[in-house]
Write a protein that binds this ligand. Structure first.
Ligand SMILES: [Zn+2]
Length: 229
C-alpha cells in the first residue's frame, strides 16, 4: 500500500498525454507522486495493414511507459482490457475500487463521461462513469466490499475528481511552462502520432484556446468535483 497525490485513470495508452500531459509534468515537477492506470490494451489503434493486435499491445505499452517517464510519473499500471471493450459492470467497478484503495490517491483524474454533443469514444464514456462510481461511494464505504476489506484493501476517501475532456470546464490548469514536456511525452506514442506532421501546432492551438480567459498562456481544462468529506 502506498499513497499517491494523483491517479490518472485512462481508457487508452496516450489519452493522458493528450489531455493532461502538461498538468502531470507540472505536478511531478513540484514533487507530487503520480500514478497512471491504463484500462485497455490499445489493441485497435492502428490502420497499418501489417500491424497485428498483439504486436500493437506491446508497442503501446512501451510507448506509454516512455511517455510516463518523460513526465515524471512514478508508476504505470496496465489493466489489459480489450480496446473498445469497456463495459460498466460491477466487476469492472470493483477492479477500480481495489486499485483506488491500494494506491490511495488524493485526486483521481479521468475522462469526463458527460461531455455533451461531441464525438466521444465509448471507452472514454465508460471509464469516466465507472471511475466516478468507484471512488464514490465504492472505495469509501467500509461495508461496500467486505471481501476487499478482508484482503487488506481498506476504505479510502478521494478528495477530488478531475474530469478531462469536459464540455463545461470549471478548472484551468496552467501548462505554459510544461507544454514542451507534454509534446515530448506525446511524441513517445509513435504508433499513434508518428504520422501527424501538424501535431505540435494543433496542440499549441488547442491549449492556447483553453487559456483564452485566463491570466496565463496555455491551459488544460477540467471539470473539478470536490468529493464529500
Ligand atoms: Zn482514448
Amino acid at each position: 500500500m502506498s499513497s499517491y497525490y494523483l491517479m490518472a485513470i485512462a481508457a487508452h495508452p496516450d489519452d493522458t498525454e493528450f489531455a493532461i500531459g502538461g498538468t502531470v509534468a507540472r505536478l511531478a515537477g513540484e514533487g507530487k507522486d503520480i500514478i497512471y492506470v491504463i484500462a485497455t490494451d490499445g489493441s485497435k489503434g492502428s490502420n497499418d495493414p501489417k500491424m497485428t493486435p498483439s504486436r500493437l499491445v506491446e508497442i503501446r505499452k512501451k510507448e506509454q511507459r516512455a511517455a510516463a517517464k518523460v513526465l515524471g510519473v512514478k508508476e504505470v499500471v496496465f489493466l489489459r482490457h480489450e480496446d473498445q471493450g469497456l463495459e460498466d459492470t460491477p466487476k469492472f467497478r470493483k477492479e477500480i475500487v481495489r486499485i483506488v484503495r491500494q494506491y490511495q490517491p488524493e485526486i483521481v483524474a479521468t475522462s469526463d463521461p458527460y461531455a455533451r454533443y461531441v464525438v466521444q469514444h465509448r471507452d472514454h464514456r465508460i471509464i469516466g462513469r465507472v471511475v466516478l462510481d468507484a471512488i464514490f461511494p465504492g472505495a469509501r464505504d467500509r461495508l461496500a466490499y467486505p471481501d476487499l476489506l478482508s484482503e487488506g484493501f481498506m476504505p479510502h476517501k478521494v478528495k477530488q475528481a478531475l474530469l478531462w475532456g469536459a464540455s463545461e470546464p470549471n478548472y484551468y490548469s496552467d501548462i505554459t511552462g510544461t507544454f514542451d514536456q507534454k509534446m515530448k511525452a506525446l511524441r513517445c506514442h509513435i504508433s499513434q502520432v508518428g504520422h501527424m506532421i501538424d501535431l505540435e501546432s494543433m496542440m499549441r492551438q488547442r491549449n492556447k484556446k483553453f487559456a483564452k480567459d485566463q491570466l496565463f498562456e496555455m491551459a488544460e481544462t477540467f471539470h473539478r468535483i470536490d468529493m464529500p468529506k
